[in-house]
Design a protein around this ligand. Structure first.
Ligand SMILES: CC(C)(COP(=O)(O)OP(=O)(O)OC[C@H]1O[C@@H](n2cnc3c(N)ncnc32)[C@H](O)[C@@H]1OP(=O)(O)O)[C@@H](O)C(=O)NCCC(=O)NCCS
Length: 138
């Protein structure tokens, strides 16, 4: 990661979370969703530029034992391709290595912008053995 950035292993503020999702092109969420979601993660990381701006984040859902799910990987477009995403992901995976028993299973749903990054960190496609399935509740 460029030295202009530093990582904080805490969630971003609700305001920064919603802004990062929106500006990185992820689906918009409400303040209510953000507040509950940020309080419910197993691990959080956000990246701050030297100028004080929060520019990137990632979060981990998990049971603390063996099952973990990477979500909300987002870096502002003007700060992408400087290693921030890789640093956030590495920090989250290190947290699992440090705090969970050996043998953790870590998964994610990879949108196209993140696929190379995830592959470089060791993630592999699970299809056709397992395919991702999802639904939205009204
Ligand atoms: C996915 C995402 C989080 C990656 O963040 P990022 O900060 O750009 O990630 P990195 O900088 O660590 O890596 C991205 C690329 O920049 C390259 N890079 C890293 N540092 C670099 C540097 N100093 N100079 C040039 N290139 C660099 C990496 O090698 C990588 O290249 P590759 O994708 O061709 O393999 C970001 O693209 C994003 O927010 N996308 C939109 C939201 C999204 O789709 N999120 C994923 C949901 S699954």
């Amino acid at each position: 990661m460029d030295p202009d950035y530093r990582l904080v292993m805490k969630p971003p503020s609700i305001r920064d979370y919603l802004r990062l999702r929106q500006e990185a092109g992820l689906s918009p969420k409400t303040e209510e969703q953000a507040a509950a979601g940020l309080a419910g993660a197993w691990a959080n990381c956000h990246a701050i530029h030297d100028n004080g701006e929060v520019v990137g984040m990632g979060r981990l859902l998990g049971d603390g034992g063996w099952y973990f799910h990477v979500i909300d990987m987002a870096v502002l477009p003007q700060h992408q391709r400087r290693g921030v995403g890789a640093a956030v992901l590495t920090a989250l995976l290190d947290r699992i290595r440090q705090q969970a028993p050996p043998g953790a299973y870590v998964n994610l749903l990879a949108d196209p912008p993140g696929r190379r990054l995830y592959e470089r960190h060791g993630f592999r496609e699970t299809a056709p053995g397992s395919v991702g399935m999802a639904m939205r509740l009204e």
